[in-house]
Design a protein around this ligand. Sequence first.
Ligand code: ZN
Length: 272
Amino acid sequence: MTPLDGALWLIRHGFAAFPCDHPELNRCAGLHKTCDGSRGKHPAVAFTRGWTLDERRVYETFARGLRNPAVAVGACSGPDETRLVVVDSDRPGAIEDVASARGEQWPATMRVHTAKGYHDYLWAPAALHLGNGLGALQDQFDGDVRAGNAYVVGPGALHASGVLYELDDPERPPVMAPPWLLRALLTKPQRPVRQSYPRPESRSLQGLVKFVADSTQGQRNSRLFWAACRAAEAGVEDAPAVLLDAAVHAGLGEAEARSTIASAFRTVGVSA
Ligand SMILES: [Zn+2]
């Protein structure tokens, strides 16, 4: 499949196409001022409005010179008020692993093989206004999700490594995104909560640590400050590190906890 073939396939199947740089050009055709060197991926037009579904324009653009075809993801509409979402696995099996970890099976859908893995194309309700966020899949998925104001390099494109972006099965259309995926993408990423905190040997520190670890939202910072002051006064070794763990366990952000502890130690006149 040549870039022209890929672009024609895209628009004939209703995917908004636009030209990107091609790695065999001497210089990047991207619109940017300075190129970061990832050749073959930089849009040659303002893709949010420079895309087309028109065959004549595709011939003009892709037959004239070397351009990789790409898809303006947010401009692609599917059946029943849906929009395109592309799940970009950085290795083969990445999204299947996420699915099976949740007791789910990844559906067979339109797939384009990339240099490292593949792009899976799916439809999602437009009303969800999906973006590029991974939601609950943050740190669980080796890849990215592209939706809304985003683009992906399409079939027929040449990667800088020499790999051709290829359709897995040109007859297979995108399916509806599974509900568990949509739920995960719409969930705010959770700050990792430490399951346990160290039990210090010092009796006085034990009480302070428990006091901090048991605190609920709204009292976490003041309890941490109070405990850190008492620890500083008592001169207990390792108190800052142990209290930090307890505060993070209680759900306080690490940076915030650090600064509260440091400020308590300064108040008491000891350096943390
Ligand atoms: Zn460039």
